[in-house]
Ligand binder design. Structure first.
Ligand code: NI
Length: 172
């Protein structure tokens, strides 16, 4: 179990479509653990997807609870997540551990319903909205080989160079 290297754009492995998980075994638990350690080692990430650490499996973690004013479910470990309902559209700013130098404006659904399995193979269904829904949609995109860069309407108007990303590590 370890902090793993994060693949960075334009690594071609980020473009692969991840495979569904079929076995809920020690290997999956290790992957979830590595994902969590890698996310927590990063600068204020609200989510991570297995392909970002080079594992082509449909596993994500999201956690927007560091922004307590937002409605959220705490830390979620989701296997084979699927968005089964969408409502509304909203533009918002996104960053990504795999695109460390930029943020971008991306249109996402405002409210979603997600079906997934937990790391023990138990089914879950969750309603999400706002920033948590955005984080989930961003991570599910990683499972389908998509980055937020692929969702920009215009690279010229919707892509922003990041200046302070590294500085966030120094926060107490
Ligand atoms: Ni990302």
């Amino acid at each position: 179990m370890a902090i793993r290297d994060i693949l960075v754009y334009p690594d071609p492995r980020l473009k692969q479509v991840a495979e569904p998980v079929e076995r809920f075994d020690a290997e999956l638990r290790e992957l979830v653990h590595d994902l969590e350690q890698t996310m927590d080692a990063g600068p204020g990430a609200v989510g991570i997807a297995a392909p970002q650490i080079g594992s082509c499996r449909r596993v994500i973690i999201i956690d927007v609870s560091s922004r307590p004013k937002l409605k959220n479910h705490g830390r979620l470990y989701l296997v084979n997540p699927e968005i089964i309902h969408w409502e509304g559209l909203e533009t918002g700013r996104e960053g990504c551990l795999s695109v460390p130098d930029y943020t971008g404006n991306v249109v996402r659904a405002q409210r979603i319903r997600v079906s997934a399995l937990d790391p023990h193979g138990r089914p879950l269904e969750l309603d999400m909205e706002g920033f948590e829904a955005r984080a989930l949609q961003h991570e599910v995109d990683h499972l389908d080989g998509l980055l937020f860069l692929d969702r920009l309407v215009s690279r010229r108007h919707d892509l922003f160079k990041r200046k302070t990303y590294q500085a966030r590590k120094d926060k107490p």
